[in-house]
Structure formats: C-alpha cells, structure tokens
Ligand binder design. Structure first.
Ligand code: ADP
Length: 266
C-alpha cells in the first residue's frame, strides 16, 4: 500500500463540516457498519451532503455495502477524493478497502502505521461542503479509536452513536463503550439496538427472537438517549449484498420505519 501525503493544510477539509458523528460498537457483528451506511443514506435522502469514513482497518465493509469495491481513489492538488456512491455526488465514501489490492486482503500493520493512516484519512480527504461526516470505527475500544478521537478533538465532534444487539447488551460490551466515551470526553448521542426482532420476509411482521427492550432499559440506567430498535430484516441483508438502497427499495418494511425514526433524531 502506498499513499503519499498531499502537501496541504491538514485542518482545511474538516473545518467546514457541520456534524461529525462516530459510530461505535462493543464487538463485531452487531451491525455497526450497516447502521453507519443506512444513517448516511437516510440523511442523504433528506437532502444532506454526507461523507462516510470507514476506519475499520481490519474489516472495512462499507465499500462492499455500496457495491463500490475495487474503485480507485483519485488525488487532486488538495488531497484525496472520496468515491461517490450516487450520481448527485451527495454521498462520498472513503475506506481503507480502496487501498488494498485484493478484496480479501487483510491489513497487518503495527500501531504507528495504523495511527498515521487514520490521521491521513481524517485530514487529507477532500469532502467539499458536507453536512455530516459519519465515521465507522473498528469494534471495541482500541488505539485506533484513540487516534480518531485525538485527531478530531479540535473539530468538536457531535459525539458517538453506540450500536448494540440484544445479546450484547447482556454481556456488558456497551458499558465498556460508555466508559470509554466518558474517559475520552466524547459526548454520547445515543444508543441503537440493532437486530432487535425479526421481520418476516413474507408478511413483514416483526417477531421478537431475543428478549426486547434491553437496550432501552440500559440507556435509561446510564442516562443516555435511546435512539431506537432496528429489527433484523432479510431484505436489508439482501440489499446490502446487492448494493441496492434498502431505504428506497423496501419502504413498507418496519426496519425502514425504525431507521427513519432514528434519522429524524440526528
Ligand atoms: P459490524 O460492523 O458490527 O461488524 P455489520 O454491519 O458488518 O456488523 O453486519 C454484520 C452482518 O449482519 C452483515 O452481513 C449485515 O448485512 C447484517 N445485518 C446487520 N444488521 C442487520 C439488520 N438489521 N437486518 C439484517 N441484516 C443485518
């Protein structure tokens, strides 16, 4: 991987961004990247300009979810241009996956190189007048998170959205994330419980597979806003696999209704 640094004033590209939101989860597989992509699409459908930055260095999945894997990143004199996923160029994506040779390549880097890459990602991407920068982070709390937060501090990020699944609520992963945000002084925008119930592909009725409401009561207990429950929906999985816009294709799904309710709160 080679990524020479363009010679620009590092702060320029982020200083005009109105909202910076981090998406965090205690562990992998709870749907953090899915939620990040759907929030980005939902805000775009409301007419906002969005940048989605995928700093999940070990498992970058955002390009796949938009079917833009393998695209080349282009450089202009001011920095790196994001890959736009829509023809209006309202939603731009930047991911480590664009820099890997093969889609199954893994990043095996030591800490300092990861830190440098994150810094470069945050400073050198030319976002151009975006309203929201949504940052999809790796699962857990790691040095990568600290690098992101250190580099963002000067821009007053709005805060973090925590994503959990009903099972993860029970094992304390979310509490660790809460503590991390508190220690690093990152405000918590709120908690989302994903995979909360199952939407039948035939009749779109939602059934609770695991006990429901864990996320909401946890949010209450720790005095953080509860942003909503997003059901598990096979149509969403299918849209993500095919790179289709779930929010536009499956308007009658309760999952779309739930996502739209969360988006209203941002
Ligand atoms: P994470 O980023 O937390 O590791 P992902 O967003 O990659 O998790 O999601 C893991 C898998 O679960 C993906 O295949 C995704 O399509 C699927 N998924 C996530 N949330 C939902 C949902 N609400 N309904 C259906 N499938 C989902």
């Amino acid at each position: 991987i080679s990524m020479a640094s363009p010679n620009v004033n590092l702060s320029d590209h982020l200083s005009s961004v109105k909202h910076v939101i981090l998406v965090l989860s205690g562990k992998g597989g709870v749907g953090k990247s899915t939620v990040a992509t759907q929030l980005a699409v939902g805000l775009k459908l409301k007419g906002k300009k969005i940048g989605l930055l995928d700093v999940d260095l070990c498992g970058p999945s955002v390009p796949k979810m938009f079917a833009v894997e393998g695209k080349d990143i282009h450089q202009c004199p001011e920095g790196w241009l994001p890959v736009y996923v829509d023809k209006e160029q309202q939603l731009g994506v930047m991911s480590i996956a664009f820099l890997l040779d093969g889609k199954d390549d893994a990043v095996v880097w030591r800490g300092p190189k990861k830190t440098a890459m994150i810094k470069q990602f945050l400073s050198d991407v030319v976002w151009r007048d975006i309203d929201y920068l949504i940052i999809d982070t790796p699962p857990g709390t790691s040095d990568e998170h600290l690098s992101v937060i250190d580099n963002l501090k000067a821009y007053n990020p709005d805060g973090a959205i925590l994503v959990t699944s009903p099972q993860a609520v029970a094992v304390g992963d979310v509490v660790r994330e809460l503590t991390f945000c508190k220690k690093t002084h990152i405000p918590i925008i709120g908690l989302i419980e994903n995979m909360s119930g199952f939407v039948c592909p035939h009749c779109t009725e939602c059934t609770n597979v695991f006990s429901k409401g864990g996320g909401e009561s946890l949010a209450k207990k720790y005095h953080i806003p509860f942003l909503g429950s997003i059901p598990l929906d096979p149509q969403l999985t299918q849209c993500l696999e095919e790179g289709k816009s779930f929010l536009e294709h499956c308007k009658s799904s309760p999952t779309v209704t739930a996502l739209n309710k969360v988006i209203e709160k941002l």
